[in-house]
Design a protein around this ligand. Structure first.
Ligand code: KIV
Ligand code: ZN
Length: 524
């Protein structure tokens, strides 16, 4: 049967809706906070990638969350924009206000339905939860025809009770019913059974879209997602690079490429332009400072690398021997360019394209090119990893409140370590001299003097971007403030500058995080 959806109209039975929650479920996981500009950049990239729905945030969570959802609703055209709300009135009103300007809007409301969550988290009786389902969906419908209802911890919910909740949500006017595997506990057979049961037993089930939302605690999020689709789900909730609570959500790139590559096993269509996958993944990594692991499917740097002689030989004779999809189909490009100090802007732009950054604006290109020339003066060969580190530093973090300007350090076996640091904070330049037990300590003391804070340094790491003594250093800093953890990364040929950049990156993330107090489990 063809479903008539308020925002999508008649949806063909073989079309799956791609619902991206990178900016909500993904962003709320440790270390992944983004500021308003970063969220807007990501939302633009997601729209360009062709996602159908962007879950832009959790508007009641903080003023910052509200504003990001609102700004995305105002400025992003194409996808449906949604905001998350618990079942209480205040949440739903806040979400409604935030998504109001969107061309196409949705309110996504949820409540826990499993015995464990109802008893210990909500402290509510099942009948009260059931009543809240109908009430919350009906309230959300006053603001939009497109309402999604989710049964939190749905996969661990008693089947009869789940059917009653879903029926209540449909009767109250929900057009999408999402059954999350909130704790990543289910295996594919469980997920298939749940969707088949709901479609068979719940009155009105044939008039709504069923949605699947899987966490990756057992590494099964993608497998569970595909099982759900084969059992009748027609909306997939996923995130770029699989980021999300704990072990993350189903990775958009993996689900989409599995559907595309194994059409025989998962015969469905979606609107994703797969050649834009890599650049979206890279943008997220650059914004958050978290690279995907090298062996990450689709977007990891080894995903299409063939090391063994036998494999290389096979691929040269016929790529299909060891490649089930082409690297180009997800945005990798072939390049033979090695950059050095004589390389020009055109070669540099070409390299950025090949690395998956797509078309880069002139200002961003100029800034990055200036820093590349500087790097090439200090380093004989500039590798892809150097360009990635440099581009992420210069361009992607350009909107941060605290910016690194310069650093001079004096240290040695006899000298008292001393740092003179220049930062820009909210557009104002500050210079500070500080001493410490070593050059890094002196530098961090200077940062603390310019931007005082209570956060404790929990971890400091130093590594190299590439090999050789002229390699760029990549430093990591973890800060903790009132139980909130943030991680920052920084790269530079000077290790102390890389450390300063990493600390500043973490501090910028902390500022975003401070503005947010995670809402507790609200009773309806
Ligand atoms: O994992 C989950 O249950 C969720 C819901 C709020 C949709 O993220
Ligand atoms: Zn989730």
């Amino acid at each position: 049967m063809t479903i008539n959806h308020p925002n999508f109209g008649a949806i063909a039975d073989d079309r799956v809706i791609i619902f991206d929650t990178t900016l909500r479920d993904g962003e709320q996981s440790p270390g992944f906070s983004m500021n308003l500009d970063e969220k807007l950049r990501m939302a633009e990239a997601l729209a360009d990638l062709g996602v159908d729905v962007i879950e832009a945030g959790f508007p009641i969570a903080s003023q910052g969350d509200f504003e990001s959802v609102r700004r995305i609703a105002e400025s992003i055209h194409g996808p449906v924009i949604t905001g998350l709300a618990r079942s209480g009135r205040e949440d739903i009103l806040r979400a409604a206000e935030a998504v109001k300007p969107a061309e196409r809007k949705r309110i996504h409301t949820f409540i826990s339905t499993s015995p464990l969550h109802m008893k210990y988290k909500l402290r509510m009786e099942p009948e009260a939860v059931l009543e809240a389902v109908g009430r919350s969906v009906a309230l959300a419908r006053e603001f939009t025809d497109d309402v999604e209802w989710s049964a939190e911890d749905g996969s661990r919910t008693e089947p009869d009770f789940l059917c009653r909740c879903v029926e209540a949500a449909i009767s109250a006017g929900a057009s999408t019913i999402n059954i999350p595997d909130t704790v990543g506990y289910a295996v594919p057979a469980d997920i298939a059974r749940i969707f088949s049961m709901l479609r068979e037993r719940v009155p009105g089930a044939d008039g709504v879209i069923f949605s699947t939302h899987n966490h990756n605690d057992l590494g099964l999020a993608v497998a569970n997602t595909l099982a759900a689709v084969n059992a009748g789900a027609r909306q997939i909730e996923c995130t770029i690079n699989g980021i999300g609570e704990r072990a993350g959500n189903a990775a958009l790139e993996e689900v989409v490429m599995a559907i595309r590559t194994r059409r025989d096993a998962v015969p469905f269509n979606n609107g994703i332009e797969t050649t834009k996958i890599l650049r979206t993944s890279k943008l997220l990594a650059a914004i958050t400072g978290f690279d995907v692991q090298p062996n990450k499917a689709i977007v990891g740097r080894n995903a299409f690398a063939h090391e063994s002689g036998i494999h290389q030989d096979g691929v040269l004779k016929n790529a299909a021997t060891y490649e089930i999809m082409t690297p180009e189909s997800v945005g990798w490009q072939k390049t033979s360019l090695v950059l050095g100090k004589h390389s020009g802007r055109a070669a540099f732009r070409d390299k950025l394209r090949a690395l998956g950054y797509g078309e880069v604006g002139d200002n961003a290109l100029n800034d990055a090119f200036r820093r590349f020339k500087d790097l090439a003066d200090r380093k004989k060969l500039v590798y892809d990893e150097d360009i990635t580190a440099l581009f992420d530093e210069t361009v992607v973090r350009d909107q941060s409140r605290i910016k690194f300007i310069s650093l001079e350090v004096w240290s040695g076996s006899k000298a008292k370590p001393r740092a003179v640091l220049e930062l820009e904070v909210d557009g104002v330049r500050h210079e500070q001299e500080a001493f410490g037990d070593g050059p890094v300590d002196a530098t961090f003391n200077a940062i603390r003097a310019i931007s005082p804070h209570e956060a404790e340094l929990r971890l400091f790491t130093v590594g190299a971007v590439t090999e050789g003594t002229d390699a760029q250093a990549r430093c990591g800093v973890r800060l903790e403030e009132s139980g909130k953890l943030v991680d920052g990364q920084g790269a530079d040929t000077d290790t102390i500058v890389a450390a300063a950049r990493a600390y500043i990156h973490a501090l910028n993330k902390l500022m975003v995080k401070r503005a947010r107090t995670e809402p507790a489990a609200l009773s309806a």
